[in-house]
Write a new protein. Structure first.
Length: 491
């Protein structure tokens, strides 16, 4: 486990010498003290990234050359897969098979953006057809500059990869600030960059608290772009800092994603996708389908099966064989989720199962998966993100009513619809106000497909070619190819 920051290609002790506790959420015990960056370290990291961008070879080299570095980073991640997955379990609490799945996706993400970097060499110049034959024009795409990335704790290394890989592929340099709750694997990216021989200053990693390290990064005048994933309130602060000097921003914020289940659905498939859609990663997933809307005729049978299966889910520390649910990230998150359930019950919802600590797992932040029904439309549980293993279920009558209920939210990250009628699912998908719509499933995520939200769920898209566009500027270059006077003052 690392005790230093990664700045300008070197491991560096924080200038003010601080560190902070890192806890294992399965035990609540301190497992490490991570380096605490403050404004001076962030400044050093931004200056290093600035130099690497303004004076170094990185933004000027061919995409194919950058691709070689990205592939070397992917290879290093694959070589260290077991070590990184174990570190992720220790830091975040998730079950080991899911951590392995995440780390495999991290390597895949670097490989995918390596290919896009190579393709950029053939697609970075686009001729523009002009109506005036005296000019020829082209649009070129260029790296945007120095990017600051601020990320959360729910998929620690994967959230880093979603930003680092496209930024580097585009030719940007970066300062990465992971969550203080899960700094361990992000710091390992420094070692991975060294193994790949990445030029100094291209990737810098500063761990620390939000206000101490995140805020100076978001306010730093040397940063051209901020890429943020996290809560809406912090996103609003990032947007306000960016506004001061008009930084480019992309925001991936919260969600309250609906899952519409029509009466012609297969009940067993519906139950399986609901369970995965809300309980995977302990429900700490922004796109989690936390509002389930079930058509009247199916509602009672489906709820009964859902509760039956939710009760069977194995809850255990992430390294335990067969664990499906690990602990929540922190004591604070446990209390927040528990309070959301209590408030829901006082507001009229019925708790059918879960929401409590499982017997024998009193030490960590474990919680049994909860099913709430009859959740009032104006309740906090129905309207606000809980970010825990809690599903809210309501019934609906008609298709129009289901769509209206689904869209009645300030969020619009994801939505899902299930029915055996393909015309209906296509029609409903086109009416849902969300950046991601799954049909007959919930949550499958692909590096190739755009990811991001409508409304307060964010601005911009990550992943796919849209993720690369996030880190590119477009420049018009227009040449006069005619000798005659322009004629503005010569008559
Ligand atoms: N849309 C997505 O893809 C996505 C993914 C994961 C998490 N989230 C959202 O994030 C929330 C949970 O994550 P969290 O608790 O880490 O969120 P958070 O907003 O508290 O923190 C996110 C990051 O911002 C930093 N930060 C905090 N205050 C800051 C400040 N003033 N200036 C700059 N940086 C600051 C934190 O240190 C952390 O690195 C949930 O609400 C969830 O919906 C969204
Ligand atoms: O919705 S998010 O929490 O951002 C999220 C992150 C990663 C994945 C990977 O499968 C899915 C959802």
């Amino acid at each position: 486990m690392r005790t230093q920051l990664f700045i300008d290609g070197r491991w560096t002790t924080p200038l003010e010498g601080g560190s902070f506790d890192v806890l294992d959420p399965a035990t609540g015990k301190v497992i490490h003290r991570a380096p605490a960056a403050t404004a001076v370290d962030v400044d050093a990291a931004v200056r290093a990234a600035r130099r690497a961008f303004d004076e170094g070879p990185w933004p000027r080299m061919k995409g194919a050359q950058r691709a070689r570095y990205l592939r070397a980073m992917a290879a290093s991640v694959r070589r260290r897969l077991e070590e990184l997955a174990t570190l992720e379990v220790l830091d975040n609490g998730k079950p080991l098979p899911e951590a392995r799945w995440d780390i495999g996706d991290v390597a895949g993400c670097f490989e995918y953006y390596a290919t896009l970097a190579e393709e950029l060499d053939n697609h970075d110049i686009e001729p523009i057809a002009l109506p005036d034959p005296r000019f020829v024009s082209k649009a070129v795409r260029e790296p945007l500059g120095v990017a600051g990335a601020i990320i959360p704790w729910n998929f620690p290394l994967l959230m880093a990869a979603w930003k680092v890989a496209p930024a580097l592929a585009a030719g940007c340099t970066m300062v990465l600030k992971p969550s203080e709750l899960t700094p361990l694997t992000a710091l390992e990216l420094g070692a991975i960059a060294q193994e790949a021989d990445l030029p100094a200053g291209v990737l810098n990693i500063v761990t620390g608290l939000g206000p101490d390290a995140g805020q100076p990064l978001s306010e730093h005048p040397g940063v051209d772009k901020l890429a943020f994933t996290g809560s809406v309130p912090t996103g609003a602060k990032i947007m306000a800092s960016a506004a001061r000097d008009i930084k480019n921003i992309s925001l991936e914020l919260g969600g309250k994603s609906p899952f519409l289940i029509f009466e012609d659905s297969d009940i067993e498939k519906a139950v399986e996708w609901i369970l995965f859609g809300i309980f995977w990663n302990q429900g700490q997933v922004c796109s989690a389908t936390s509002r389930v809307l079930v058509q009247d005729a199916l509602h009672d049978r489906l709820v009964a099966r859902l509760v039956e299966e939710a009760r069977k889910i194995k809850i255990a520390p992430g390294m335990t064989e067969g664990a499906l649910l690990g602990p929540l990230i922190s004591h604070g998150q446990f209390l927040k989720v528990r309070a959301a359930i209590d408030t829901a019950c006082t507001e009229g919802a019925k708790l059918l199962c879960g929401g409590v600590r499982p017997l024998g797992l009193e030490q960590g932040y474990f919680m049994e998966p909860a099913v709430l029904v009859d959740v009032p439309l104006d309740s906090q549980a129905w309207r606000e993100e809980i970010f825990g293993p809690v599903v809210c279920v309501r019934r609906f009558d008609t298709e129009a009513q289901a769509v209206a209920l689904a869209n009645d939210s300030r969020f619009g990250l994801a939505a899902a619809v299930m029915s055996s009628d393909d015309e209906r699912t296509e029609r409903v998908a086109s009416r849902l106000r969300a950046g991601i719509v799954w049909i007959n499933c919930s949550q499958p995520t692909f590096t190739e497909a755009p990811w991001g939200g409508y409304k307060q769920s964010g601005i911009g898209r990550e992943l796919g070619r849209w993720g690369l566009d996030n880190y590119l500027e477009t420049k018009q270059i227009t040449r006069l190819v005619d000798d005659k006077p322009w004629g503005w003052y010569i008559k």
